[in-house]
Design a protein around this ligand. Structure first.
Ligand code: DAH
Length: 410
């Protein structure tokens, strides 16, 4: 019996390297070197074992490929952690949706589901979303399977059907998602998504009229690039413009009113038509989210056949990295105060850039030259970093600063 919770974490060692002061010292360079030992627990779990994931038990089989190291991330719930950058962004998104869609009595229409268990069935993750049986996204090499029937959700879309089936018409799902991936500065096997779903009745689309029977949303038409066969074109247009204005509004609320944005046609098995929203950041087009009109077959399967709807999904890390200039996705998992303490603001809408800290300045009274002392935290995201490795990087920073900024190193 092997029980795993979210608490298995490697030890952390903090080294302080203080450079010996120079003879005529105006400044000492201070280096804090944080050595992390997170990668000791990579063992895969054997077949036929009982494994507990966030309080639920599963029997492993030949499909199991979760590792104890990966499972140590389950339950961290970074999106729920106070002051965590992912929490700030998700709060801003929730706030935006709350004020964008209100009932006639002034209450928010959207409900927020941010603590749904991350283990889902293959039916939830794939079949319920019309993902074909032989689709590449089901591969063992791309997912973390708990056993043949269950996996760690690969996207928050996995919860669409159950929530629609429960009667929710407007909802957000916020949670951790898991995909097998090579780790680098922008990829990590665990990240966080926000899923949004909005369903509309005839009344939502046309408003209340005396004779609602004369208004129709469905027809037996042809499926084209622009629409599903069952949707009447004018109805689809209203829904599409609601979706696009909602998401453009969200992007400009967070990235600024002047941000350049564009819609790109996309394909998802569960929406048609589908789009991606891109915004221009530092001269690069960055994909922010995927969205589309929910396949009517999904709504019929969940008992919502008299409604039409849209959905979107976005990755919180991508948004946070762009908004706060966070250079490496692995930093979100840091328990190091050097990272987290920078996000301790109560208003999630605070404009902020992650940075290296300036800890002291000094102007020489006679020479009038100013010394600036910065603290840089060196930390390798996967292994123990040695002092020699730190010295090489530090030397390069010194050389680059001297060449590009014309400063003198001390
Ligand atoms: N689930 C998709 C993904 O993870 C994102 C997505 C795209 C979600 C379109 C949606 C949608 O709800 O309509 O890549």
């Amino acid at each position: 019996m092997c029980s795993l919770s979210g608490r298995q974490r490697g030890g952390k060692m903090v080294l302080q390297i203080l450079r010996p002061p120079l003879l005529k010292h105006l400044q000492t360079a201070s280096l804090t070197c944080v050595v992390s030992r997170n990668y000791s627990a990579k063992a895969t779990i054997k077949q036929g074992e009982q494994v507990t994931i966030a309080g639920r038990e599963y029997l492993t089989d030949q499909m199991t490929n979760v590792t104890s190291h990966l499972l140590s991330h389950v339950g961290r719930n970074l999106h729920l952690q106070k002051y965590h950058p992912l929490n700030h962004i998700s709060q801003r998104i929730v706030q935006y949706m709350y004020q964008k869609y209100v009932s006639s009595r002034g209450n928010p229409l959207f409900s927020v589901h941010n603590q749904i268990h991350p283990v889902v069935t293959t039916w939830q993750n794939f079949d319920s979303l019309l993902i074909p049986k032989d689709h590449v996204s089901r591969q063992k090499s791309d997912n973390y399977y708990v056993n043949k029937e269950n996996l760690l959700r690969a996207h928050t879309s996995a919860h669409q059907c159950e929530l629609i089936g429960m009667g929710f018409d407007n909802f957000l799902v916020i949670g951790d998602v898991y995909r097998r991936d090579e780790i680098d500065a922008s990829h990590y096997p665990v990240f966080h998504q926000v899923e949004g779903v909005r369903l509309c009745t005839k009344r939502d689309i046309f408003g209340s009229h005396q004779n609602m029977d004369s208004f129709r949303m469905f027809e037996n038409g042809e499926r084209t690039r622009q629409k599903q066969g069952v949707h009447i074109a004018q109805v689809l247009q209203l829904l599409e413009s609601d979706l696009k204005s909602c998401l453009l509004g969200l992007a400009t609320t967070l990235f600024g009113q002047d941000v350049e944005a564009r819609w790109v046609d996309a394909y998802f098995p569960f929406t048609h038509p589908s789009w991606e929203l891109e915004v221009k950041i530092n001269n690069d087009w960055v994909e922010l989210l995927g969205c589309g009109i929910i396949e009517q077959e999904i709504l019929s399967n969940t008992g919502a056949q008299d409604k039409i709807g849209w959905a979107f999904g976005l990755g919180l890390e991508r948004w946070a990295m762009k908004l706060y200039s966070i250079p490496d996705i692995r930093l979100f998992w840091s328990t190091d105060s050097g990272f987290l303490s920078q996000f301790q603001f109560d208003d999630p809408a605070t404009n902020f850039k992650y940075q290296v800290y300036l800890i002291d300045t000094y102007t020489h009274p006679k020479k009038k030259s100013t010394s600036c002392c910065y603290r840089i935290v060196y930390r390798h995201m996967e292994k123990v970093i040695t002092q020699e490795e730190v010295n090489i990087i530090h030397k390069r920073i010194e050389e680059k600063a001297t060449a590009d900024l014309g400063v003198t190193m001390r």
